[in-house]
Design a protein around this ligand. Structure first.
Ligand code: F6P
Length: 500
């Protein structure tokens, strides 16, 4: 099979340039690269199609063709899309249905023929997929990664503020592009069933897709994978450094008699949604938990984060640590809490292994976690996970069909339940070991990029066998003839978004 991945935003090169340094070079690129390479390793011809950028500031992305050493079946294909210089993803919309799709069909004409299937990523890739389907008949899958409607929700628009928000983020084009992609895709790929049912049922997508009804079977739930090259129980290059760092922190922060206790390791980003406070309250309220384990909070950058919290750059982060410090004062909890830095994926994986060797657990008590890759990464290293029951972990840590548990789920709104879950995993060496082995088994059987690639191939093959009827939505003129006269009116977005 010949499969092409449409991902206009960000870019790809053999050195993974700019990953995590720019908002368009985040998790989505990791996802596309890993699925594409896993598919190529299974013997398929794979192209990642992105933008050609001729810009001195971004020299890595000028060549029309590129690849990954050791992966002869995979190509990076860069096609011009609008002006030659780098454009952030919000500014790609007028160029996708004109130069980019024309460039893609031109490339394949010269290359000896079109691919069998496109996989498309984010609304911008999805829009291009829908337009290419109309022009060439080649079907496509759509993976949203992050949908515009939910992003708009977070900005709390009112009918009065919508124009200002739209001027910055271009939601008109994004949501109308996403609607076309959802409507015309042969399969829609989500990471969890909840993502399908909750995100795609947003009123902004009514009339384009019906995730619980007519379109239910067009969805395929295919989870992303854990990078097992980094997150594995096998010792890694950072283990010795991280072990020494943790020992130093324990000696600095904890009285001698508490230093050998297991740790409850919390390595989430400092964000209110991650609910560090709920976890601290669990320690404050439960004496058994305090007797059994210490709390370890890890963040990037600071050696002694709790004491150096004034150096945190963001006010929200300082506020979270100030709240934690207040709780530690109030409940006299300082002797049970340590903090240190973890500065890379390799260090995170090392910390999971080092703390697992002390019989510790990983904890993520976020109010809601859409997918929850971090607990799977910890489990993959052999660290049992105690995690929020809200969102993806309810599917990844628990098999509803068999009742089997692969980690412990807790109610993040209830500190008593968080303590209950932590104590469950720490209750005895046998229980801890059960969760350790079950966690590793779960990741290997369901959450590797090979499994993700196999899931895509199965979804593509099923779709090719029973090609869905064509979509019903027509293409707004703006996408094929962009200009002031064809602009999607703001009222069209407002009608969708604010409808009852
Ligand atoms: O790669 C990073 C990512 O997860 C992408 O899916 C997407 O580009 C971005 O973050 C989120 O996009 P947005 O904030 O526009 O929803």
């Amino acid at each position: 099979m010949h499969v092409a991945f449409l991902n206009p935003q960000g870019n790809f090169d053999p050195n993974d340039s700019y990953w995590t340094e720019h908002p368009d070079f985040g998790g989505q690129l990791v996802y596309v690269k890993e699925v594409a390479l896993a598919m190529a390793a299974l013997g398929h011809r794979v192209d990642i199609i992105t933008r050609q950028i001729s810009d001195d500031q971004w020299p890595e992305f000028a060549a029309p063709l590129d690849g990954y050493p050791g992966h002869p079946n995979a190509r990076i294909v860069r096609i011009p899309c609008g002006p030659p210089h780098f454009l952030p993803k919000e500014q790609l919309w007028p160029h996708l249905g004109t130069g980019w799709t024309a460039g893609i069909t031109g490339f394949y004409q010269a290359d000896g023929g079109l691919p069998d299937f496109f996989t498309t990523h984010y609304g911008d890739g999805g829009l291009a997929g829908a337009l290419l389907k109309q022009q060439t008949g080649v079907p496509f899958t759509f993976t949203g990664h992050s949908l515009g409607a939910q992003k708009l929700d977070k900005l709390h628009p009112t009918p009065n503020s919508l124009a200002k928000i739209d001027a910055r983020f271009h939601f008109k084009e994004r949501i109308f592009g996403e609607r076309l992609a959802m409507n015309h895709a042969a399969r829609i790929i989500t990471s969890t069933r909840q993502e399908q049912m909750e995100q795609y049922s947003h009123r902004a997508y009514h009339g384009a897709v019906d995730p619980a009804g007519a379109d239910h079977d067009r969805f395929a739930v295919i989870p992303p994978g854990v990078n097992r090259r980094v997150f594995s129980p096998e010792p890694g290059p950072a283990d010795a450094t991280v072990a020494a760092r943790i020992d130093t922190a324990l000696a600095r922060d904890l009285p001698p008699e508490r230093r050998a206790l297991p740790l409850v390791l919390c390595s989430s980003r400092l964000d209110q949604k991650k609910n560090h406070i709920g976890l601290v309250k669990a320690f404050a309220e439960n004496a058994d938990l305090r007797r059994t384990a210490n709390l370890a909070i890890a963040i990037r950058g600071l050696d002694n984060p709790l004491q150096q919290r004034a150096q945190l750059k963001k006010a929200e982060e300082r506020a979270i640590f100030d709240d934690i410090a207040r709780l530690l004062d109030e409940h006299n909890l300082w002797p049970a809490v340590t903090s240190f830095s973890l500065n890379s994926q390799a260090e995170l994986a090392a910390a999971y292994r080092v703390t697992a060797a002390r019989g510790s657990v990983f904890s993520l008590t976020a109010t809601y976690e859409p997918f929850g890759l971090a607990p799977l990464e910890a489990m993959s290293c052999g660290l049992p996970a105690v995690v929020t029951q809200n969102g993806g972990p309810s599917e990844s840590l628990f098999d509803a069909a068999t009742g089997k548990k692969f980690g412990v789920l807790v109610d993040p709104a209830n500190p008593a339940d968080i303590a209950r879950g932590l104590l469950e995993a720490l209750e005895s060496p046998e229980t801890w070991q059960y969760y350790q082995l079950a966690g590793i088994e779960r990741v290997i059987s369901r959450y590797t990029w090979d499994r993700t690639a196999e899931g895509y191939l199965a979804a593509i093959e099923q779709a090719a066998a029973h090609l869905a009827k064509d979509g019903t939505l027509s293409v707004p003129d703006y996408f094929t003839h962009p200009g002031p006269a064809t602009e999607i009116p703001l009222s069209a977005l407002a009608d969708l978004y604010f409808q009852a």
